[in-house]
Design a protein around this ligand. Structure first.
Ligand code: PMP
Length: 387
């Protein structure tokens, strides 16, 4: 052999048990973890396709939609963004992207790569958009689609969506929503709100591992995909064929790729747990925990980054880094002493904020109290170091 078996692979696998209270992934509940050790199945075995059918029902429930074209793509949340944009954009299409953090920026980059003419609608990180800003921009630019992030996890901002679907419909513009960090933490109604394409993360509120992404397209979006002048640029995300693997169009299933049955088990169990609790109860639990966290942070004497209360995302709380404090001391303290993840900022908030995630299985009063206690200890330590 030219290359010898690596020494490192002779040691056992080491995975510590951490409490993940950054912006995701969150800890998987035991029921999900157990499902991940079940035997692998073939991707067209009837037991596997039955699980895919269960998952479609679960996704329709969490998105509150009857959409035929509802499935999970085999990759993390970014794949949802790629899949939506590459299916709905044709070269030279004008698209409007709402940018108030890193996710709008990413969508901008992706849409440009698919040949779109991107118009940016911007508001400062830490703030959200008013409905009239969307209407002004849509009526002026007449885009084929509008991309909005419901939960901007880089800034901790919540974007209300009610009424936006009607505006989009008026101007024949598709409404695309990223709910990766928000679904299950705030209400979302794909059909009622007139959303044409939506995706979410498996690894946040749903509590499954990352690597499989629920996605759904309205009948109008589906029609647009089937009537494209040019084929979808990425075969792997092409809904006209992937939809047949997931039996969305009533045709016999056709092999498209080898889906990870293991990830299907995890997603199925995560969705089942949300369904069992009832999504409205899951949302309330997140709201209560977020309020408890916000109150606790105020008592500690730190300031939230999002000043408007109604713009705060319950799942991801952003806290301003106090002046003259080295924020890395706090996140490192939490990890070193408690195996607890607290994150720093991302994109426009790098070095400016801490991010604490309360998602899924981790959304409990005990976890909120735990993260508050450790945060305060770390802050005291950092203050002492800076004085
Ligand atoms: N959109 C939002 C709002 C997110 O929070 C994330 C992940 N933090 C993504 C997209 C990308 O997801 P992933 O990291 O799973 O690819």
């Amino acid at each position: 052999m030219d290359i010898q078996p690596p020494e490192v692979l002779k040691s056992p696998l080491v995975v510590p048990a951490k409490t993940l209270m950054g912006p995701g992934p969150s800890n998987c509940p035991p029921r999900v973890l157990q499902s991940l050790s079940l035997p692998v199945l073939g991707h067209l075995h009837p037991e596997c396709t039955k699980i895919m059918d269960d998952i479609k029902e679960g996704i329709r429930y969490v998105f509150q939609t009857k959409n035929e074209l509802t499935l999970a793509v085999s990759a993390s949340g970014h794949a949802g963004m790629e899949a939506v944009l590459c299916n709905l954009i044709e070269p030279e299409d004008k698209v409007l992207i709402a940018v108030n953090g890193i996710w709008g920026e990413r969508a901008n980059i992706m849409a440009s790569r698919y040949g779109a003419k991107v118009v940016r609608l911007e508001t400062a990180p830490g703030t959200n958009f008013e409905l009239c800003q969307f209407e002004d921009a849509i009526s002026k630019h007449r885009p084929v689609l509008l991309f909005v992030t419901q939960g901007e996890s880089s800034t901790g901002v919540y974007q209300p969506l009610e009424g936006l679907g009607l505006i989009c419909e008026k101007y024949d513009c598709l409404l695309v929503v990223d709910t990766v960090a928000s679904l299950g933490g705030v209400p979302f109604y794909a059909d009622r709100w007139g959303v044409d394409a939506v995706y979410t993360g498996s690894q946040k509120v749903i509590g499954a591992p990352p690597g499989i992404t629920p996605i759904s397209f309205s009948a109008k979006a589906q029609k647009r995909i089937f009537n494209r002048k040019t084929p979808v640029k990425v075969y792997y995300w092409d809904m006209t064929i992937l939809g047949d693997y997931w039996a969305c169009f009533g045709n016999p299933r056709v092999y498209h790729h080898t889906v990870s049955s293991t990830l299907l088990y995890g997603l199925r169990e995560g969705l089942a747990m949300v369904a069992q609790e009832g999504i409205e109860n899951v949302i309330n639990r997140h709201k209560q925990c977020a309020l408890r966290l916000h109150d606790g942070l105020k008592a500690i004497g730190v300031e939230l980054f999002v000043s408007k209360e109604s713009a705060r995302l319950p799942t991801v709380t952003t806290i301003k880094v106090p002046e003259n404090i080295d924020w890395t001391l706090i996140t490192a303290y939490a990890m070193k002493h408690y195996f607890l993840e607290i994150s720093g900022g991302l994109g426009p908030t790098v070095n400016k904020v801490f991010r604490i995630g309360i998602m899924g299985y981790n959304a409990t009063n005990d976890n909120v109290d735990f993260v508050l206690r450790v945060f305060e200890e770390g802050l005291d330590l950092a203050k002492n170091k800076s004085s």
